[in-house]
Design a protein around this ligand. Structure first.
Ligand SMILES: Nc1ncnc2c1ncn2[C@@H]1O[C@H](COP(=O)(O)OP(=O)(O)OP(=O)(O)O)[C@@H](O)[C@H]1O
Ligand SMILES: [Mg+2]
Length: 372
């Protein structure tokens, strides 16, 4: 038997009760394949379980269980039924050929062996086998993606229904019982309607972003921009929400050169990182927003004193629709799309978005973009 590592070459099991045949086939194949040999059907069955060959060359006429029966057994077992079997026979009478195919064989090789023919047939079926495996693995991936997409659609519809139900419910009460409601309650209901429609609009916009990103059609309008001004603008927008939660926003923003970015897209990322830090932190904490220039890159970071993110959650953080252990601390909306979109937007700029965090010790999200 060849003693090359079985991982380097495709594995072939040759089954024949005649040692001369085994020797000839081994000589033809050993240069390109890892060979294992069996001298009976029973031995072939137990070796197949252990060796898991990519292809089996199987003699038809053998004492004990013959080639056809061996093949039938291989085809009836879950773990061996996909291994292609090529029969070896002295003469290929039509009825033998038909029976061989009926038992699940893929082809015949006749004795005396023709060196090139053996190699050609073996190569062909190994190639077919390899293509089948690739197809199966693609199929599994597609099934997984489809399940993910269904789950995603289910969650989106659920959230949308909640927002719509609130809009419908409160507007109906206002329409039918407005006279009986105190003015303060009417205002409160109007705010609920406004907030729900705002959340829904954000969700629809995020979903549109996801679909543009997924279809590979994300386009950037790159212009030389001041990242510092953009950050200041988004700090200003978020200041109101931070004040409401008694969270202190601190910033360290030195002057840095302009960089070529799509300010809408990068603004969206900055906004998501700052609003996340506010959303998942408790009152009385501080958030530090910084920018620095380092080795031809601009690095933006948001460091909070929030709940931190476990390693397990960090592994899912940048996937779509991940609402993880940390939940908003003041009833803010959360659809779990922001970070997945942010990551893609930063990648589209040739940069990277990352996180460092430990459960219980706050979180730092940061991205870097090349100064070109
Ligand atoms: N600073 C943070 N501290 C702790 N957990 C965080 C932080 N930022 C994000 N997370 C966790 O990661 C999840 C995903 O964040 P992401 O920004 O993608 O979604 P979201 O903020 O929930 O919703 P949205 O789509 O509105 O951004 C959050 O639901 C939260 O559990
Ligand atoms: Mg977010």
């Amino acid at each position: 038997m060849n003693d090359t590592s079985p991982t380097d070459k495709p594995k072939i099991l040759i089954v024949d009760d005649t040692p001369t045949n085994l020797n000839i086939l081994e000589e033809i194949l050993e240069e390109n394949y890892f060979i294992s040999i069996a001298q009976s059907g029973t031995q072939a069955l137990s070796l197949t379980e252990k060796f898991m060959p990519d292809l089996i060359l199987l003699d038809v006429n053998m004492p004990g269980i013959d080639g056809f029966e061996t093949c039938r057994k291989l085809k009836s077992q879950k773990n061996t039924h996909t291994i292609p079997v090529i029969f070896i026979t002295a003469r290929a009478e039509p009825e033998d050929v038909i029976q061989g195919f009926n038992e699940g064989g893929v082809d015949y090789i006749t004795k005396p062996f023709n060196h090139s023919e053996v190699l050609a047939r073996v190569q062909t079926y190994l190639k077919v086998q390899q293509l089948i495996r690739q197809l199966e693995s693609k199929n599994d991936q597609l099934k997984e993606l489809n399940e993910l997409k269904n789950k995603f659609l289910g969650m989106v519809s659920h959230d949308m229904r909640n927002y719509l139900a609130a809009i419908k419910g409160y507007s109906q009460i206002l329409k039918e019982d407005k006279e009986e409601l105190p003015e303060e309650t009417q205002d409160q209901f109007l705010s609920f309607i406004f907030k729900s429609s705002e959340n829904m609009l954000k969700m629809v916009n995020d979903l549109l972003d996801v679909s543009v990103i997924e279809s590979g059609k994300l386009q950037l309008d790159l212009q030389p921009e001041s990242l510092k001004s953009l950050i200041n603008h988004h700090i200003m927008i978020n200041q109101f929400f931070a004040d409401k939660k008694n969270i202190c926003l601190q910033s360290k923003l030195p002057d840095v050169p302009k960089c070529r970015i799509d300010s809408n897209k990068i603004g969206q990322v900055i906004d998501n990182l700052i609003s996340n830090a506010i959303k998942f932190s408790e009152s009385g904490t501080t958030i530090l927003i910084s920018l620095k220039e380092q080795e031809g890159k601009l690095i933006f970071s948001v460091k909070d004193e929030g709940p931190g993110i476990s390693d397990e959650d960090q592994a899912k953080l940048f996937q779509h629709y991940q609402k993880l252990s940390a939940r908003p601390t003041a009833g803010e909306s959360s659809s779990g799309l922001g970070l997945a979109i942010s990551k893609k937007m930063i990648q589209a700029h040739g940069g990277c978005l990352n996180v460092t965090s430990q459960l219980g010790s706050g979180t730092t999200f940061w991205f870097e973009i090349l100064l070109k």
